[in-house]
Design a protein. Structure first.
Lengths: 220, 143
């Protein structure tokens, strides 16, 4: 009985939180391992009921360190694909993510176990030093990573992210197409949620905070 | 007669578009800004709100600036689930309509600034419309 009332209490807290967000609908699902409330449906954030575990990949970060699957474990990771020669959508999104991080830092949730990773799909131009200059301009905690096309395709494929680099001989500023969504990977390195554009900082941080409240203090 | 009252006549004069021949009166620009670039980045973007004050269409055909190697009118578009940029050779402003150049949409792509631009700086860009209308605009660099 006690367990059920606790569940109910948690559910009601979640309902109130969701009502405070406005426009976010909340539903509760029950699984074998207990109750898990999910935010559904929501135009900004799609939360997967059964987060998909990611498999091995290998990138290099802006400090020339290996950035692989193990670097996603124990942290909530916001991932964004882009390239530094992108004048509009990439700086816009990174500025939004920097503000979302500020919100999260100030909240009770905190950002100790949260990381933001910019994945360049343009490894020919985006060297480690270039990535370091770029991402740390937005937030000193941001990480910039890239890898070869096979590895980029590997992780992009796992997340359902698409990109296309139209390298044109003799053309200095060749076009690059990439998914503008922000992907959220949980501390078990599972693809947990995705934020769809158009994005804004408050929408991301609010939803993340609610998600963390629902998931509990422990990284699950 | 009552309408000859000096205040009334003054009001009518102030509403008369006496500067109709200049660009400023035909198309107005407000909230013109350029996003400050991270270090080492040679691609910037400019944004603004254009308002066509006339009762005929105005077509933006080019933009130029001595502060950059090149200025192009671009639009961020979605293509097969991806986002990219395409060149917009011309943009038509409907009569009396406003057009927003904003992040994620239309923007002026500013290539290779000749000096490093910091938040608070101002940079001049000239907008050119079909029919010879030329509009110099000062953009504020913002973070």
């Amino acid at each position: 009985m006690k367990k059920i009332s606790l569940k109910f209490g948690a559910m009601m807290t979640a309902v109130v939180l969701a009502a405070m967000l406005g426009g976010v609908w909340l539903a509760a699902t029950y699984r074998e391992n207990g109750s898990r409330a999910i935010l559904l449906p929501d135009q900004v954030m799609t939360l997967f009921p059964d987060p998909k575990p990611l498999t091995a990949f290998a990138f290099t970060d802006h400090e020339n360190q290996v950035f692989d699957l193990s670097r996603l474990k124990g942290k909530w990771s916001f991932l964004f694909f882009g390239y530094t020669h992108c004048p509009d959508i990439c700086p816009m999104t990174l500025a939004i993510l920097a503000r979302a991080r500020e919100d999260i830092v100030k909240s009770t949730v905190g950002a100790k176990d949260v990381q933001f990773v910019f994945i360049s799909v343009d490894p020919d131009r985006d060297t480690a030093s270039k990535l370091r200059q770029y991402v740390t301009y937005f937030d000193t905690s941001f990480l910039g990573v890239t890898g070869d096309n096979a590895q980029l395709g590997n992780l992009a494929g796992q997340l359902g992210a698409a990109y296309q680099v139209a390298i044109t001989p003799g053309v200095e500023n060749y076009p690059v197409y990439h998914t503008a969504a922000v992907f959220l990977v949980d501390p078990r390195a599972r693809y947990h949620a995705v934020f769809a554009p158009p994005l804004d900082a408050a929408s991301i941080s609010k939803r993340f905070k609610v998600l963390r409240e629902l998931e509990g203090p422990q990284a699950t | 007669m009552r309408w000859r009252h000096p205040v009334f006549v003054g009001l009518i004069l102030s509403l008369t578009p006496i500067a109709a021949a200049t660009g400023e009166a035909d198309v107005s620009v407000r909230d013109a800004w350029v996003r400050e670039a991270p270090p080492g980045v040679a691609m910037m973007a400019g944004y603004m709100v254009l308002q066509n004050k006339t009762s005929r269409s105005q077509v933006l055909v080019a933009a130029s600036s001595s502060s950059f190697q090149a200025v192009m009118i671009h639009r961020t578009i979605a293509k097969e689930g991806m986002t990219g940029m395409e060149h917009a050779p011309q943009i038509e402003l409907s009569p009396k309509a406003s057009l927003l150049f904003a992040p994620g949409g239309y923007h002026l792509m500013l290539l290779n600034p000749k000096r490093t631009l910091h938040a608070g700086d101002r940079v001049d860009i000239t907008l050119e419309f079909r029919g010879g209308l030329v509009l110099p605009v000062a953009y504020e660099v913002r973070k």
